[in-house]
Every structure is written in structure tokens, then in C-alpha cells.
Design a binder for this molecule. Structure first.
Ligand SMILES: Cc1cc2nc3c(=O)[nH]c(=O)nc-3n(C[C@H](O)[C@H](O)[C@H](O)COP(=O)(O)OP(=O)(O)OC[C@H]3O[C@@H](n4cnc5c(N)ncnc54)[C@H](O)[C@@H]3O)c2cc1C
Length: 561
């Protein structure tokens, strides 16, 4: 089974019209062609390369990772002699991907990477997370390479990036017992050791995914006497250098194959990444935004897995003399699950394209004056879409997992069916990399300065097929309702959070509605890369946005009384 080729909506997003521009930007006018064996000559060749690698990942996901998922969930990792030992299935997954040369695919070719943009990299995480969401967390941590590549000096890049290609595992060590959502309170201490000309780390980190990793990116307090984010710097720590104890592994409800560790750093030597004091303000913020794309893709992968489990069961299970899929109540559940998956996916790849565009401009070094507007627009869009993606995709994954069990009836409550595991695995998605509540906080700026309304106006101005007009009309009404909601919110500061949550949910639904309309528009204009029509999902999401806006206005009026 191939988890890429059996899901042609992935090819649909991979061949989005913007992808040629992204490939050309990422390849800096295809300057590597002729210097490296795999460097493409043009955008078509670049997209063919992405497609080929995705086919390989799809094979591994379908034939190795998915069949291992159940056993990995039962066995899990353990600590042996201060090392984290993966479950045998996890080890096999890791080794097959490593032997296939797939680690570090988005790194520059100089470091043996394939120089892939985010869209295909994020797609690999979606595909792998469909097979096993817990393993998706381990896989996506290779994105730590991006932080090193963007901000570390050349000596650190030369030392660590080739190791990531060779399969060195990575972790992102931010959270501490007293610093979770509030990372400004991080206390793990970094002091400069003059005698040995290196930094030393001392303190505890908690809830660290892949905490037994070879390479760690660690947020630490370098400036004595400070207690806010401006006293924090960022470090890369090499496990081979000693000074780290894996104190315990958490006993979790889900993603059980993914080790979550408590770590004690004891005079551990480390290298500083970039400049002092910019650890949280700049580097972690960038890494977290990337990681939120990662959780978005894990969520879409889980949405897809839940959809497929539910569809297969509904076709097979008979009651009252017929397959349960024939009952409208079951079909409605399946339609909603498919619509949430399509909606979260289209937002995932729209956000990824924006991230790709602005990062590729930045990587060029000099942004020409005729490119500046495109760069700025992409950066603004990435900033405002990322919290919506993390919020909506993770909540949808939870909802799909819930509905998947509902379709299974009593069997869904039993360990024998995958949906029980999906339900447990989904639960973390709306918590790590910033809880749903924190995504609403992150969206507030765009709500307050009108950036979301401007984005919706931009989408609304695009020409569409007449068949899609009724759907656009629903979104226009939802937008008017949103504006009424915003006015009430501005007049009622004391119920701030309730209003902001409603506003964020409505905005996210409207944006996903437009994106699905554009997907159908592409199909109506002859794009046949996905055989299945996105129309039912577009109808569902536009109606959902409209209903959500009405409900929110009614609730807001009740609050204001
Ligand atoms: C399985 C797992 C894997 C993880 N992997 C990693 C990892 O690899 N690296 C890493 O550094 N961390 C990791 N974490 C930590 C994770 O990112 C944090 O658990 C998460 O950010 C929440 O922090 P907390 O648990 O301290 O909750 P708290 O911050 O204590 O939050 C508790 C509640 O308060 C709410 N809240 C807090 N502040 C606000 C606010 N300002 N406004 C509104 N609501 C608020 C939250 O939404 C939540 O509902 C992992 C956690 C788990 C469970």
C-alpha cells in the first residue's frame, strides 16, 4: 500500500499553480543544476523530484510504519543505561527512512540535503502521521536542522547538519516544570566556561519529545539576573559530549511510541546558536512556527486515517439487513469527517506555501525592489494563518477521532480497532507546540489590526465560476456576521477571551471555506489530479462557517445582555 499514491489530494496540492514559483525561488534560479547530481534544471523537474520522493515515503509509510503502529503503541520505548531505546517497530521505521536517505531532505545540498521546500517536507509528515502519529513527531523533529541552518554560524552548521542527513535524531528542549505555555520563565542556566571556551548547561527540562536524541536544541537563561524572554539564548547540545541524564520517560495516554522525557543537564557543554538574548524572541519563535506547521500536518494525517478507518468499517458493518453506510446518519458523519480533512489540508498547504515563499526570499539574501511586496505579503499571510492552522487542524483531528469511534459503535471502544488508538493519539495535538488557547492569543493581533479581514477581502476579490457563487454568498454573510461580532467584542473588553475564541473559529472557517472554493474552481477549470470532487467538502465548510458565525453572534448578544 502506498500512502501517497492512494491519496491523490496530495498530488493536487503538490501541483498547485504557485508551486512552480516556489520551486524556482527555492532553487535560486536552478543555480545548483550541474553542480549536484539531483539538482533540477527547471520547476517541472523539481516538482517531479518531490513527487518521486513522496512516492518512496508513501511506500515506507504504507508498508512499514502503518503495520508497526499497533505493536509500537503496546511496547513503547524504555530507558537502558541512560539511553532511550525505541520500540523495535520504531527502530525499524527510523532505520528504513535513514537507509533511504530521507533525513534532512529540506537541508541545503551542501549538507547532503535535497533542498526541498516546506510543502513536500510537510507532506512527508502528513503521510507518516497517517501511518503512525507518534512516529510523525519523531520524524518532524528533523526540522531542527532548519533552525541550525538559518541561524547558526558556519562552524556549527558544518559540524551538525551532515549528521542529521546521516540520521542523527533531534529534540527541541524548551519546556520545564515551571515553564510551559509561558516560556519566558525558563530557568535552565547557561554559563560561559572561560577555561574550556564553551557554554555549560545546568537544569531540568520536562516533556521533551525524543529526549534521548543525539542532538538537542536547548532554550536556556544566559543572562544572570533576568527573568523575562530577553535573558534567554539558544544552544545546540551534542549527546556525545556527556552531562545529560534521562531521568524518566512519561507514561502517556497516546503517541506512546514517541518517547517523552525528563532531562537533567549537569554541566553539559553546548554551542550557542546565533546571538545571545535572541533565543526566545527570534529563534524559538521561528522554530515554534515551523513546529506548528508540523503539528498541523500530524493533525491532517490523523484526520485522514480516521476518515479511512470509518469509511471502511461503515461499508463492511451491516445492521437492519444493510451496510450502515446506507444510513443518512452515518453518511453525515463520514461527510463531515472528509470535509474537515479537506479543509484542514487546504489550509495546511496554503500556509506552507506562504512560509516557503517568504523563507525562500530571505534565503536569497538580497530581496529586489520588485520582489518586496510579494515577500511581505507572504510573510504576513504565514504569520496570521499559522495559528489558525494549528488551532483548527488539531481540533478537527480530535473531532474526527471522536466521530470515527461513533461510526464503529461499541467496537470502536475496544482495543482491537485502530480508532481507539487514533482517539488517544489525537488528544495531544491541541496541547503541544502551544495549546489551542495560546493559538487564539496568537491570532489576536491579526484580529485587532484587521489583517484577517484584509486576507478575506483578498480571497473574496478572486474571480470564481458561477456555480460557486452561492457558496461565496454564504461566506460573505458569515463575514458580515463576523464584523458584527468584532464590534461587540471591542465594546466588551471584560469577556475578551470568549469573544476572541469565537472570532478566531469563525475567521478560520471562513478562510477554509474560501480555500475549498478555490480548490473546486481548479477542478472546474480542468485540473484532474484529484479524481474526487472537493465540492461536498466546500459546501460543508461554507455552511459551517455561516452557521458558526450566526451562533457566535447569538452567543455574543447573550453575553452582552
Ligand atoms: C506528549 C508531549 C510532548 C511534548 N513535547 C515537547 C517537546 O518536544 N519540547 C518541549 O519543549 N515541550 C514539549 N511538550 C510540552 C508542551 O509544549 C507543553 O505541555 C504545552 O506547551 C503546555 O504547557 P503546560 O503543559 O505547562 O501547560 P500550562 O502552560 O500550565 O497550561 C495549562 C492550561 O492553561 C492554559 N493557559 C496557559 N496560559 C494561558 C494564557 N496566556 N491564555 C490562555 N490560556 C492559557 C493552557 O491553554 C492550558 O489549558 C510536550 C508535551 C507533551 C504532553
Amino acid at each position: 500500500m502506498n500512502f501517497y499514491t492512494d491519496n491523490d489530494s496530495l498530488k493536487f496540492h503538490l501541483t498547485h499553480p504557485e508551486m512552480k514559483k516556489i520551486a524556482a525561488l527555492k532553487e535560486r534560479g536552478f543555480a545548483d543544476h550541474g553542480q549536484y547530481e539531483d539538482a533540477p534544471a527547471d520547476a517541472d523537474e523539481a516538482i517531479e523530484n518531490y513527487d518521486r520522493v513522496l512516492q518512496l515515503v508513501g511506500d515506507i509509510a504504507g508498508d512499514v510504519i502503518a503495520p508497526n503502529a499497533e505493536e509500537v503503541d503496546h511496547v513503547g520505548p524504555h530507558i537502558d543505561n541512560n539511553s532511550v531505546v525505541y520500540a523495535p517497530g520504531t527502530r525499524q521505521n527510523y532505520d528504513v527512512l535513514k537507509q533511504s536517505g530521507l533525513f534532512g531532505i529540506s537541508m541545503p545540498r551542501k549538507y547532503h540535503g535535497l533542498n526541498f521546500p516546506y510543502v513536500p517536507f510537510i507532506m512527508t509528515t502528513e503521510i507518516i502521521s497517517r501511518a503512525d502519529t507518534g512516529f510523525g513527531t519523531i520524524w518532524s523533529l528533523q526540522d531542527c536542522a532548519e533552525t541550525i541552518s538559518s541561524f547558526a554560524d558556519d562552524a556549527i552548521k558544518d559540524k551538525f547538519l551532515p549528521r542529521i542527513y546521516e540520521g542523527a535524531s533531534c529534540s527541541m528542549d524548551l519546556t520545564e516544570p515551571d515553564a510551559g505555555s509561558d516560556l519566558q520563565s525558563v530557568r535552565l542556566k547557561a554559563t560561559f566556561d572561560e577555561a574550556n571556551n564553551c557554554w555549560r548547561l545546568n537544569g531540568v527540562k520536562r516533556f521533551i519529545t525524543n529526549g534521548g536524541a543525539d542532538l538537542h536544541l536547548v532554550l536556556a537563561r544566559s543572562e544572570e539576573g533576568t527573568n523575562d524572554g530577553r535573558g534567554l539564548s539558544y544552544y545546540v547540545y551534542d549527546r556525545n559530549d556527556g552531562g545529560l541524564t534521562v531521568r524518566r520517560l512519561e507514561n502517556k495516554m497516546g503517541i506512546k511510541g514517541s518517547p517523552t522525557a525528563e532531562l537533567v543537564f549537569n554541566n553539559a557543554p553546548a554551542y550557542i546558536v546565533g546571538e545571545r538574548r535572541l533565543g526566545l524572541i527570534k529563534y524559538v519563535m521561528t522554530l515554534m512556527n515551523d513546529a506548528r506547521l508540523g503539528v498541523g500536518s500530524q493533525s491532517v494525517g490523523l484526520c485522514e486515517a480516521a476518515c479511512r478507518e470509518a469509511v471502511a468499517y461503515a461499508a463492511e458493518r451491516e445492521q437492519f439487513g444493510q451496510a450502515i453506510v446506507n444510513f443518512p446518519a452515518v453518511r453525515d458523519l463520514l461527510l463531515a469527517m472528509r470535509a474537515r480533512t479537506d479543509a484542514a489540508r487546504t489550509l495546511l498547504y496554503e500556509t506552507s506555501r506562504m512560509v516557503d515563499t517568504y523563507k525562500a526570499y530571505e534565503a536569497k539574501g538580497k530581496i529586489e525592489s520588485d520582489e518586496r511586496a510579494d515577500y511581505k505579503a507572504a510573510q504576513r499571510s504565514a504569520d496570521i494563518l499559522t495559528p489558525l492552522l494549528k488551532l483548527s487542524a488539531s481540533e478537527f483531528a480530535n473531532r474526527n477521532a471522536y466521530d470515527c469511534i461513533q461510526v464503529h459503535g461499541g467496537s470502536g471502544f475496544m482495543k482491537e480497532y485502530a480508532c481507539e488508538r487514533l482517539y488517544r493519539d489525537a488528544r495531544i495535538l491541541s496541547i503541544y507546540e502551544g495549546t489551542s488557547q495560546l493559538q487564539v492569543v496568537a491570532a489576536m493581533k491579526g484580529i485587532a489590526n484587521g489583517a484577517y479581514i484584509a486576507k478575506i477581502a483578498e480571497y473574496d476579490a478572486r474571480p470564481i465560476h458561477s456555480e460557486l457563487e452561492p457558496l461565496r454568498e454564504l461566506l460573505r454573510q458569515a463575514t458580515e456576521n463576523y464584523k458584527a461580532l468584532a464590534e461587540m467584542a471591542n465594546a466588551n473588553a471584560e469577556t475578551d477571551y470568549d469573544f476572541r475564541r469565537m472570532q478566531t473559529d469563525v475567521i478560520a472557517s471562513i478562510i477554509m471555506g474560501y480555500l475549498l472554493i478555490f480548490d473546486v474552481e481548479r477542478q472546474l477549470n480542468g485540473d484532474e489530479s484529484c479524481k474526487r470532487s472537493f465540492m461536498p467538502s466546500a459546501r460543508f465548510m461554507c455552511a459551517h462557517a455561516h452557521a458558526e458565525s450566526l451562533r457566535s453572534v447569538a452567543m455574543a448578544k447573550a453575553y452582552c445582555k
